[in-house]
Design a protein around this ligand. Structure first.
Ligand SMILES: Cc1cc2nc3c(=O)[nH]c(=O)nc-3n(C[C@H](O)[C@H](O)[C@H](O)COP(=O)(O)OP(=O)(O)OC[C@H]3O[C@@H](n4cnc5c(N)ncnc54)[C@H](O)[C@@H]3O)c2cc1C
Ligand SMILES: NC(=O)c1ccc[n+]([C@@H]2O[C@H](COP(=O)([O-])OP(=O)(O)OC[C@H]3O[C@@H](n4cnc5c(N)ncnc54)[C@H](OP(=O)(O)O)[C@@H]3O)[C@@H](O)[C@H]2O)c1
Length: 271
């Protein structure tokens, strides 16, 4: 019997909003008509044919397409059922993202129908100070978490988002996060830019996320001090940032969360 191609396109781009040349917010609608259940912080995989010879035909006539697959954190909340919302950076020399960049609304692609990942708040007790540190598109899982849990008065005591990016236009979800911080005094949003031109009108912090985490800066922006007994920290994005932040946090008494040993530092490396 001929088996169907497990890598045939099974989803459609249903929306796309480019923030600049390298960052876009994209909606992926599964052919099933709704997204699968997922926990905020999880990711899906996207795939496109690896090249002109990607379609392999076996002796029995069945087709199996070779894909380039990559993982993407879901920015949408689980109640947003129609499509997965993702925040994508287009990497110039990358294998997949230059192909994704060419796709427009209505174009087809493959997605893994089962979201995966353990970078979630499931193991974090209620009532803590939650501190989310992102670089670039690493903001995506935190947007999902805020959309899902932001309205719950018991889930956290504080919800702090520190977002490091190169330029103002790379700050995906800037308006949404600014509005969330205005609406709820438990929420703080601290964007910080590393390469925004001088004189551009940017009045926020400049530098890397580590600057925002310095005790005096953190206290002045959030109104509380970062303390391992009451805080859980989530790190997402550039792996060098994650390594540096983990070292810094360890020196202040924070410990990494692992499946066997609960801790208060959680991280997701994007590469
Ligand atoms: C669990 C998980 C979740 C992820 N979620 C996202 C997401 O929500 N959005 C997203 O844009 N990427 C995300 N990534 C990264 C993504 O999977 C790909 O690595 C990225 O899209 C590059 O793929 P590529 O084939 O074009 O580049 P590749 O050929 O794989 O080249 C990879 C190189 O691109 C650079 N790079 C990779 N990802 C990024 C990035 N996000 N920003 C800047 N530079 C990068 C690094 O220098 C890396 O060495 C995630 C990765 C993991 C493991
Ligand atoms: N955004 C752009 O303007 C632009 C332009 C051309 C190409 N691209 C390409 O687009 C892709 C996405 O780039 P991106 O800017 O989203 O991701 P990125 O390179 O990870 O940078 C995001 C932010 O993380 C910071 N960072 C890097 N290393 C760090 C560390 N060790 N600790 C703390 N912070 C650190 C960067 O600061 P620094 O600036 O100090 O490194 C920047 O503020 C890349 O492949 C890039 O080559 C982007």
């Amino acid at each position: 019997m001929i088996t169907p191609d497990p890598h045939a396109a099974n989803a459609t781009i249903s929306a796309r909003r480019d923030l600049n040349d390298t960052v876009a917010i994209v909606h992926i609608r599964p052919d099933t008509g709704s997204v699968a259940p997922f926990v905020p912080g999880q990711f899906i995989q996207l795939g496109l044919p690896a090249g002109p010879d990607a379609r392999r035909i076996a002796a029995d006539g069945s087709v199996r397409t070779k894909l380039v697959k990559r993982s993407y954190s879901i920015a949408g909340a689980p109640h947003e059922r129609e499509a997965y919302e993702l925040c994508l950076a287009f990497v110039e020399q990358g294998q997949l993202t230059p192909k994704l960049r060419e796709l427009t609304v209505g174009d087809r692609l493959w997605h893994d129908p089962i979201p995966k990942g353990i970078f979630t708040m499931e193991r974090v007790p209620y009532g803590r100070d939650l501190v989310f540190v992102a670089t670039g598109t690493g903001i995506a899982p935190f947007v999902s978490m805020l959309r899902a849990y932001g309205g719950n008065p018991l889930r956290f005591r504080h919800f702090v988002v520190v977002h490091g990016a190169r330029k103002r236009s790379d700050l995906a979800y800037h308006e949404e996060l600014t509005a969330a911080a205005r609406a709820d005094r438990r929420v703080s949003y601290i964007p910080i830019l590393s390469r925004e031109p001088a004189g551009s009108g940017w009045i926020g912090l400049r530098g890397r996320v580590q600057t925002a985490l310095q005790p005096a800066c953190f206290l002045s922006r959030t109104g509380f001090a970062l303390n391992p007994s009451s805080a859980s920290v989530f790190l997402c994005g550039n792996p060098a940032m994650i390594d540096e932040m983990r070292t810094e946090l360890a020196s202040s008494g924070f410990t990494t969360d692992t499946p066997k040993h609960p801790g208060n530092v959680h991280f997701e490396r994007y590469w």
